[in-house]
Design a protein around this ligand. Sequence first.
Ligand SMILES: Cc1ncc(C[n+]2csc(CCOP(=O)(O)OP(=O)(O)O)c2C)c(N)n1
Ligand SMILES: [Mg+2]
Length: 290
Amino acid sequence: MKASRIAGVEDAAYRIRRYALGMGEVQGQGYVGQALGAADILAALYTDQLTFRPAEPEWEGRDRFLLSTGHYAIGLYAAFAEAGIVPVEELETYGSDDSRLPMSGMSTYTPGMEISGGSLGHGLTVAVGYALGLRARGNPARVVNFLSDGELDEGSTWEAAMGAAHHRLGRLTAVVDINALQADGPTAGVLRTEPVVEKWAACGWNVQRVDGNDVPALLAAFDAVAAQAADDGAPSVILCDTKVGRGVPLLEEREKAHFMRIEEHEWAICREQLDEGHRARTETRQEAAL
Ligand SMILES: Cc1ncc(C[n+]2csc(CCOP(=O)(O)OP(=O)(O)O)c2C)c(N)n1
Ligand SMILES: [Mg+2]
């Protein structure tokens, strides 16, 4: 895999994290940890994998990306800004009255937002419908559903998983952010969903499990899925183990991480820590290139 490809996605992930911190600061609290944790996945999708036209979000040929975890919208808005779908300057309106960027993702408000999330466990069911509909119309676009480990608690997710395999929706991909966290605490304590690889495989899916904060590993997994995507085949799932707050050590260590309260003076520290990590990575890359 080309070093320039990896560097491009890693740099995009850095900017997505930077944008998310900016949006979080507007509100002083929120789902910043999830955006930081999922930034590498979103960067891989929006700068490397998905086909779309930034200025034409409803273009029929676009791949459909469905965010079922509405509260992750902060991360997706940052990815939209990186992809040129919404202007960077608009991000500061996040969560404000009359903004196109509400705290929970809503399709009627935001260009590029395919579905309204928030009521967890529905994304994959809608994605199955999208995939069936596209196939019926002979449209080869791919459907990608991003879901959380908390959504694996929902029966509807598993109904959809079985339905997708039954209907051989080979152009459907599920990307699960396994950050081991839910609103009520660690996933393992709320409802034990492991072993997840075996569960998805038993439902008839092609399964990969990767470090969701490792860009080369993510790209390799997405490439494998793209190579397999077929009109009439097994759907694919990429199970991504991620770290809440990734890239900002101060937030990685937070215990109450689902909805973080970040003090006024801490935002600058967050940015410094993120920038420091990015600087270090850039230097390592430059040394490797010498
Ligand atoms: C059907 C449904 N049940 C409960 C909730 C309340 N709720 C909002 S976020 C959340 C946590 C779900 O887990 P996950 O998405 O993994 O959370 P995170 O990793 O962001 O902490 C819950 C239970 C909801 N939005 N929808
Ligand atoms: Mg979670």
